[in-house]
Write a protein that binds this ligand. Structure first.
Ligand SMILES: C[S@@+](CC[C@H](N)C(=O)[O-])C[C@H]1O[C@@H](n2cnc3c(N)ncnc32)[C@H](O)[C@@H]1O
Length: 237
């Protein structure tokens, strides 16, 4: 699916809808994230240099690498797309961060990584793709005591996708984590609208550059899901 997603028209859409060239060119998110949001994610994980953090469903790797560069911490990025992981590894190399970042193909609901391996965990717009009970248990298992999970996710009362839940708080609490923040992200609707409008305005270019992959993006842009976007911070006691 990610073979050709990072194309010039896609980057243009990010640049135009976010008004941020740095986001488009350095981070290349497959999500609605922004640079101020990444700053908050980096701060809320409360990492010391050389501590370890994991990004679940890291996509093309730019967000986690940006946080690794800002904090000095060591990143493990996982995603179940082998092509996304290949591009993330190449980006780490290009940024000179390959000594402090590693990427692997894995399922975020069952990473196979050791218990309590990470001081911090981040994930952007991805956990709603998997079962909420399973992924919050995996998050709790991966964190060391005192470690912080910082995520953005989607919630909906009448979701289109069965794994989207109306409220993540009980799932994190049942997994044994303390929810320190659970906030609707300011202006999320405007951000979604501007991104989808920028995608639809480039339909022909996206089809020419991405082929079939563009259809998934264009379908979502034409009929956005009824999801509000939330920011979550949860700590392992
Ligand atoms: C909306 S994208 C967000 C990517 C990235 N977090 C970002 O901000 O650019 C969702 C990501 O979830 C990944 N994904 C979906 N289901 C997954 C799973 N079960 N395990 C690991 N990654 C998964 C996709 O491959 C994709 O990279």
């Amino acid at each position: 699916m990610f073979r050709v997603i990072d194309t010039p028209a896609y980057r243009d859409a990010i640049r135009e809808s976010s008004g941020d060239a740095r986001l488009a060119d350095e981070i290349v998110p497959l999500s609605f994230t922004t640079v101020p949001e990444l700053e908050r994610i980096a701060d809320e994980m409360r990492l010391k240099p050389s501590e370890r953090f994991i990004e679940l469903a890291c996509g093309l790797g730019g967000s986690g690498l940006w946080v690794a560069a800002k904090t000095g911490a060591f990143l493990t990025g996982i995603d179940f797309s082998a092509e996304a992981i290949r591009q993330a590894s190449a980006r780490a190399e290009a940024l000179g961060l390959h000594g402090r970042a590693q990427f692997a193909v894995a399922d975020m609901a069952q990473t196979g990584l050791p218990d309590s391996a990470f001081h911090g965990l981040m994930s952007i717009d991805a956990i709603p793709f998997v079962d909420a009970t399973t992924v919050t248990a995996e998050i709790a298992r991966l964190l060391r005591p005192g470690g912080n999970a910082v995520l953005t996710a989607f919630e909906a009362e009448a979701p289109r996708r069965p794994t989207v839940v109306p409220d993540y708080r009980p799932y994190f609490e049942d997994a044994g984590l303390i929810v320190r923040a659970h906030e609707e992200i300011a202006n999320w609707e405007a951000r979604h609208h501007s991104f989808y409008a920028a995608i639809l305005a480039r339909a022909d270019r996206l089809r020419a550059e991405m082929g079939e992959v563009a259809e998934v993006l264009l379908e979502e842009a034409a009929s956005p899901p009824p999801n509000r976007r939330v920011f979550i911070v949860a700590t392992k006691p």
